[in-house]
Design a protein around this ligand. Structure first.
Ligand code: SF4
Length: 362
C-alpha cells in the first residue's frame, strides 16, 4: 500500500491548489442551494448532517420540509421524536435524525440555545465528526478548518495519487495532512464549498470530467491513467444474508404498525410486526388475532444495509380483532394514509403498493 501523496497540491506557502479551486467555485460551483448564503449555524448543521452519505439532489426536498417543521434549534429540541423521524423517513441512516434531535436538546441545555463555536464543543455533540464540525465552523463562522468527507477524499486520492483504502486509519491520516496543508489563508468558504462541488460534480466516482477540472494540470491519477483505480476500493467482504417475515395485518382497511425499538436498524420508525422465520411468524399472527393459514405471501423484498442484506417475506393476513389498539407501540393506520407515516423505505414501498393495488403477489 502506498500512502505517500505525490501531487504538487501546494503547501501553506504556495496555495495553488486552493486558488484554482476557489476561482472555479466562483464561476462554476453551486451558489443557490437552500442551505447556502446564510450564517445560521442551525441551518448549516442540519444540511451537513443530511448530506452525510446522501446526495444533494436527494437532500433538498427533505431539507426544505425539515426546516418548515423545525425552523430553529429550540423548536427541534422540543419536538416529539416521532415527528422528527417522520420528517426523516426515507432519507436513510436514521441514527442521524436521532443524534440531531439529541444534539438540539444539548444545545439548549448545555449551550443556552446558541450553537457552539469551537471544534471541540461541536465535535462533542452526537453525530458530528471532525469533518462535519469543520464544515459548520467554516460556513457559519468563517473558521479556517480542514474538511475531509467522502467526496473530498476522492479528490485528494486522485489529485495526490494516494493509494490505499481511505477508510484505513493510515491512509486517512495522510489525507488529513493533505487537507490541512492545502487550506488557504483566506476565502475559506468558497474553498470548502469548491472542494465539495468538485467532488460532487466533476471528480465523480465513475468517469470523472477531468477536461473541465481546475486542478487537472497536476493531477497524478489523470497523468498516470489511474482515475478508475483511485481511490482504492474497500477490500471486498461478502455481506451476510438475513431473512425476516413481516405481517401485513389488515382489518377494515387499516394496517397494524409496530414501533421499532429506539436504537438499532430503523430505530424509532414505525414498521410491520416481524419474526425471524415462518414458525415464529405463525405464533405472532395468532397472538395478534389472525389465522396464519389464511395468509398470502406477497413478493419478497430485497433490502441492502451497510452490514448485511435482508430478504423481507411479507405475508398478508386478516385480523379478526383490532389487537393492540390500546397498547403503546401499536398503531392501526388506514392503508391509504400509510405513506405519511415514519416508515422504513421498503415497508413504505410495500404499503403504498398495496394501497395502490399494485400486483405484489408472486
Ligand atoms: S483531473 Fe480528474 S481525477 Fe483529477 S482531480 Fe480533477 S476530476 Fe478528479
Amino acid at each position: 500500500m502506498t500512502v505517500a501523496a505525490k501531487g504538487k497540491g501546494g503547501g501553506a506557502k504556495e496555495p495553488r491548489f486552493a486558488e484554482r479551486v476557489i476561482a472555479w467555485q466562483r464561476t462554476h460551483g453551486r451558489h443557490d442551494l437552500p442551505w447556502q448564503n446564510t450564517r445560521d449555524a442551525y441551518r448549516i448543521w442540519v444540511s451537513e448532517i443530511m448530506l452525510q452519505q446522501t446526495q444533494v439532489s436527494a437532500v433538498i426536498g427533505y431539507y426544505q420540509r425539515f426546516m418548515e417543521g423545525f425552523p430553529n434549534v429550540a423548536i427541534l429540541a422540543r419536538a416529539d421524536a416521532d415527528e422528527v423521524m417522520r420528517h426523516w423517513a426515507g432519507l436513510g441512516y436514521y441514527s442521524r435524525a436521532r443524534n440531531l434531535h439529541r444534539a438540539a436538546q444539548l444545545v439548549m441545555s448545555e449551550h443556552g440555545g446558541v450553537f457552539p463555536q469551537t471544534q471541540e464543543e461541536i465535535e462533542a455533540l452526537p453525530g458530528i465528526g471532525r469533518s462535519t464540525a469543520a464544515a459548520i465552523r467554516a460556513f457559519a463562522y468563517g473558521a479556517r478548518a480542514a474538511i475531509l468527507d467522502g467526496n473530498v477524499k476522492r479528490v485528494f486520492a486522485r489529485h495526490g495519487g494516494v493509494s490505499g483504502y481511505p477508510g484505513e486509519q493510515k491512509v486517512e491520516r495522510v489525507m488529513w495532512e493533505m487537507a490541512q496543508e492545502r487550506l488557504p489563508t483566506g476565502e475559506l468558504e468558497p474553498y470548502i464549498q469548491g472542494l465539495m462541488d468538485l467532488g460532487a460534480t466533476l471528480c465523480v466516482r465513475s468517469r470523472p470530467r477531468c477536461k473541465d477540472c481546475p486542478v487537472a494540470v497536476d493531477c497524478v491519477a489523470l497523468s498516470e491513467g489511474r482515475t478508475a483505480e483511485l481511490p482504492t476500493r474497500k477490500p471486498k467482504k461478502e455481506l451476510p444474508q438475513r431473512e425476516t417475515t413481516m405481517l401485513v395485518l389488515m382489518r377494515a382497511g387499516s394496517v397494524l404498525l409496530e414501533k421499532r425499538p429506539p436504537s438499532g436498524i430503523w430505530g424509532g420508525l414505525w414498521s410491520l410486526p416481524q419474526a425471524d422465520d415462518d414458525a415464529a411468524a405463525r405464533k405472532l399472527a395468532k397472538t395478534l388475532g389472525a389465522d396464519w393459514d389464511d395468509g398470502e405471501y406477497l413478493r419478497v423484498i430485497e433490502h441492502g444495509f451497510t452490514h448485511y442484506h435482508l430478504s423481507i417475506k411479507p405475508v398478508l393476513l386478516s385480523a379478526r380483532v383490532r389487537h393492540g389498539t390500546e397498547e403503546p407501540g401499536h398503531l392501526w393506520l388506514p392503508l391509504a394514509e400509510a405513506h405519511g407515516a415514519a416508515l422504513p423505505s421498503p415497508v413504505k414501498k410495500l404499503l403504498t403498493g398495496l394501497a395502490a393495488g399494485t400486483p405484489l403477489f408472486d
